[in-house]
Design a protein around this ligand. Structure first.
Ligand SMILES: C=C(C[SeH])C(=O)N1CCC[C@H]1C(=O)O
Ligand SMILES: [Zn+2]
Length: 597
């Protein structure tokens, strides 16, 4: 009878879940050993272990299909079977599976080991992305030096990956079909478990675009003031190399010379950190202390023992920051080439947010040890960082002596947050809009690069510093494209983190909609056990329920909405509209003119 069959199913899946935990632990160790010491030998070891595990998972997949789990009464049991019924890329035949993981591994190690020559010094060719090239984009205000670094990096990390990327698309799409998806785009979108998710992304962009266009117009004017008309046009896109970031994804490095009220005291947190002898370790201890102040879980001993928080001098590693779950309930790590500055302090909180999520759901079945959706996992740390970067908190921890708020200081503060959060949205949206088209085949390999820049110009209003051709492949110059990491998760995160922040601030008594003394921009949930408990309860769910249930548990809303972000930045939006009106700035951008170089 059904009762007995369901009981048999429960026995089976409980055993499979234990085995899966051990397999994922083994896979995590192999991946960690390779990305924290990039050698041919470690790559081979990793691929061998991934191959072995894929065979074991494929065998289990065959067994799982024998159970009539769709008819079970128990929701959780049905949901576990549903997740196990999706094998993933291991569904490929062994030889194609090996080709696929090798192709991705080669792209990722090309990215991680790419080096360029210094501007004006063709004999010095050992500049790496972290820290060397990142430092150029943080500090240089020389358009020629920035253009050189931009072009050289996109050649080394982008163009060189085009062959592997094209092969990866073919193989990954074959895997998608074996998992009953038309292509990888539908597979990635299915992770969000709502049928109209792609339309939701588009609708959210329509709501956010006006705010972005005002920001874009204002920044373009300030850059034109600084670099002149011949470098930055009045009505066209902004050249991508002038925005303080290799990918023009966040523009906080140009904040100091573009902020609305320059004569207000500059609150330079990076300088304060350096003056106070901050170290990478202190940054992590600070973040750990913030989470503990919310009655959340402290980093376990193994975390401090096993993490790599500074770039080693004696070997090549994947420096792109990452957080690791070893699926044994006690081993959790971060690998990051930390530099002491405010941007890295935010990334530290971002990564610690991943670890806190792992800690909170570690008693879930292995198959539910994931974010409610991929965007949730990216939003946890950033939500905490919204409190950490508030003037109130920075004063509390002695990193800022900024005086009490006045209107102009508040606009400067909102601008500092917006130059990071608002401008990121079209970048994130573009990266996966591009890849959806690639996986669906609507963008063919011979117009990969042209289409990538068409989307970047249309949505982000940026253009490349020099002409591009199909010899280039600029998308892969971004880590996530070279490492097969989906990116819509960050677009989702930058929207829902403001829904989370608003809910937590209300719980912490730090925010009341109509109370001018409890504004969202100055909310700091530090030491609020109320807020921490609510956040912890949502994180404990992992992916055991569809994400609207998790969203509702914390915010009372069941959908992704732009209203949190728009409410947070409302004063800035009003100021930008007035300012752009005053200067007669053209809002939006005309197509980029083909420049002869
Ligand atoms: C810090 C991480 C590791 Se999950 C990251 O990739 N982020 C964090 C925010 C955006 C995105 C990026 O750097 O492109
Ligand atoms: Zn992340």
């Amino acid at each position: 009878d059904l009762e007995a069959l369901e009981h048999e199913g429960r026995e089976y899946i409980t055993q499979l879940d234990k085995l899966t935990g051990m397999r994922r632990n083994r896979a995590s160790h192999a991946e960690w050993d390779y990305t924290s010491n990039i050698t041919k030998e470690n790559e081979e070891k990793k691929i061998q272990i991934q191959l072995e595990i894929s065979k074991q998972e494929k065998a289990a997949w065959g067994e799982t299909k024998m159970f009539q789990w769709q008819d079970y009464q128990d929701y959780t049991l049905r949901r576990m079977f549903k997740k196990y019924s999706q094998l993933g890329v291991a569904a490929l035949p062994d030889d194609k599976y090996e080709q696929l993981i090798k192709t991705i591994s080669d792209m990722e190690s090309n990215y991680a080991t790419s080096k360029i020559c210094a501007y004006g010094n063709p004999d010095k060719c050992d500049l790496e992305l972290e820290p060397d090239i990142t430092e150029i984009f943080t500090k240089s205000q020389n358009p020629e030096e920035l253009k050189h670094a931009w072009v050289e990096w996109h050649k080394a990390a982008g163009a060189r990956a085009r062959g592997n990327f094209t092969r990866y698309v073919e193989l990954d799409n074959e895997a998608a079909v074996l998992n009953d998806y038309k292509n990888v785009a539908e597979w990635w979108l299915s992770e969000y478990e709502v049928p109209d998710f792609e339309q939701q992304l588009a609708r959210l962009w329509e709501e956010l675009k006006p705010l972005y266009q005002q920001m874009h117009a204002y920044v373009r004017k300030r850059l034109r003031d600084k670099y002149g008309d011949h470098v930055v046009s009045a009505r066209g896109p902004i050249p991508a190399h002038l925005l303080g970031n290799m990918w023009a994804q966040t523009w906080n490095n140009i904040e100091s010379f573009t902020r609305p009220y320059p004569d207000k005291p500059e609150v330079d947190i990076t300088q304060a950190m350096k003056d106070q002898n901050y170290t990478a370790l202190k940054m992590f201890q600070m973040s750990d202390e913030f989470f503990r102040s919310l009655n959340l879980t402290a980093m376990p001993e193994l975390f401090w023992k096993n993490s790599i928080i500074e770039k080693p001098a004696d070997r090549e590693i994947v420096c792109h920051a990452s957080a690791w779950d070893f699926y044994d309930g006690e081993d959790f790590r971060i690998k990051m080439c930390t530099v002491v500055n405010m941007e890295n302090l935010r990334v530290v909180h971002h990564e610690m947010g991943h670890i806190q999520y792992y800690l909170q759901y570690r008693n879930q079945p292995v198959v539910f040890r994931a974010g409610a959706n991929p965007g949730f996992h990216e939003a946890v740390g950033d939500t905490i960082a919204l409190s950490v970067s508030s003037p109130k908190h920075l004063r509390r921890v002695g990193l800022s002596s900024g005086d009490a708020e006045d209107e102009q200081t508040e606009i400067n503060q909102l601008y500092k947050m917006g130059i990071d959060k608002i401008v990121f949205l079209p970048f994130a949206y573009t990266l996966d809009l591009f890849r959806y088209g690639v996986f669906r085949g609507t963008t063919s390999p011979d117009d990969y690069n042209c289409h990538f820049w068409h989307l970047r110009e249309m949505l982000q209003g940026v253009e490349p510093p020099v002409n591009r051709t199909e010899e280039d492949f600029d998308a892969a110059a971004k880590y996530h494209v070279s490492a097969d990491v989906e990116y819509a998760r960050y677009y989702v995160s930058f929207i829902i983190q403001f829904q989370f922040h608003r809910a937590l601030c209300r719980l912490a008594g730090e925010y009341a909609p109509d109370d001018p003394n409890k504004k969202l921009v100055d909310c700091d949930i530090y030491q609020s056990v109320e807020a921490g408990n609510a956040l912890g309860n949502m994180l404990k769910m992992g992916s055991s329920r569809p994400w609207p249930d998790a969203m509702e548990a914390l915010t009372g809303q069941r959908e992704m909405r732009a209203d949190g972000l728009l409410e947070y930045f409302k004063p800035l939006y009003e100021w930008l509209k007035a300012e752009n009106q005053r200067t007669g700035e053209h809002i939006g951008w005309e197509p980029s003119v083909v420049r002869e170089y």
